[in-house]
Design a protein around this ligand. Structure first.
Ligand code: SAM
Length: 279
């Protein structure tokens, strides 16, 4: 039984890191004309109402994307602009954001005609909402397990691949399942770009994923982490992204984006980027 609903967390600091990595990787891949197959293994419902009861209950966007939005005119990295333009078009004339796009909406917003977007979502209600949205967005929705579904679809017919793996980690075995699936997916499509999100928890559960990959076969794994300067005593104290086969130059450009949001004038985080597994 799945109980996680992303509407409680949409636009939080982790979404800012995750969606910045996703949109930068896709934009950099699009520097070449060849079509890209995009997969989103845990898609959520695609569009989130930041004024709704669920979002207001946690108010997580207040310390995430709303802060980014307030900083929009002083950000120096040009790589924030594509994201900010999407947010502006979704929120015309609003000084506070009211609508926040989820990962399939970010992918669909940047996909070119020849690129494809396939989104998996297992939760029945989220899946129905996603499917309703996807009809006009040109996104293929598959209501099945995203890890199994991804492996069934690889390798794609298109020459290039971008995959986001963003589970809710409700099941503790998700950490090892993600490492196993990523390894199998990489063996089916070694040149693919894979982005994997994980929470950084006081329990340290994420180490199961990180250490499995550190000692594993997948090469070229970049790790970005943002740690909250004022963390809660228990639970999520930071957010991590693994990027397998990042486009050339991604490391420096993404580091610049994360770094400029450090400290109390930014998103209240400290950022680091290192190679978990080199070439
Ligand atoms: N990727 C979304 C975004 O960035 O906007 C957020 C996704 S949320 C963290 C995780 C989603 O995965 C939830 O909507 C949950 O219902 C869904 N989910 C959980 N287990 C799944 C599975 N095995 N396969 C596909 N989706 C699953």
């Amino acid at each position: 039984m799945l109980s996680y609903l992303h509407a409680f967390h949409a636009g939080n600091f982790a979404d800012v890191q995750k969606h910045a990595a996703l949109t930068l990787a896709l934009a950099m891949m699009q520097a070449k004309k060849t079509p890209i197959a995009c997969f989103d293994t845990h898609a959520g419902s695609a569009v989130y109402d930041l004024t709704g009861e669920r979002a207001r209950k946690t108010a997580e966007a207040d310390t995430g994307v709303q802060r980014l939005w307030r900083l929009r005119n002083s950000l120096s990295s040009p790589d924030w602009q594509p994201m900010l333009e999407v947010l502006a078009s979704e929120n015309p004339g609003n000084s506070e954001l009211e609508t926040y796009p989820g990962s399939p909406a970010w992918l669909a917003g940047f996909a070119r005609d020849a690129d494809t977007v396939t989104a998996f979502e297992l939760h029945p209600t989220e899946g129905r909402q996603l499917a309703g949205w996807a009809r006009d967005a040109g996104v293929r929705v598959v209501q099945q397990d995203g890890l199994k579904g991804l492996l069934q679809k690889l390798p794609p017919p298109q020459p290039r691949l971008l995959t986001l793996i963003d589970p809710s980690y409700e099941i503790k075995s998700d950490y090892t399942s993600v490492a196993e699936t990523l390894t199998k997916a990489w063996k089916k499509c070694r040149h693919g770009v894979y982005l994997v999100w994980y929470p950084i928890l006081t329990s340290g559960l994420q180490e199961q994923l990180v250490s499995a990959l550190k000692g594993g076969e997948v090469r070229k794994v970049l790790r970005s982490e943002v740690m909250l300067d004022t963390p809660p005593e228990r639970g999520m104290v930071g957010s991590g992204m693994l990027v397998v086969n990042p486009p050339w130059g991604f490391e420096q450009r993404f580091a610049a984006m994360m770094d400029e949001l450090q400290g109390e004038n930014g998103l209240g985080w400290s950022s680091s980027i290192t190679w978990l597994v080199p070439e």
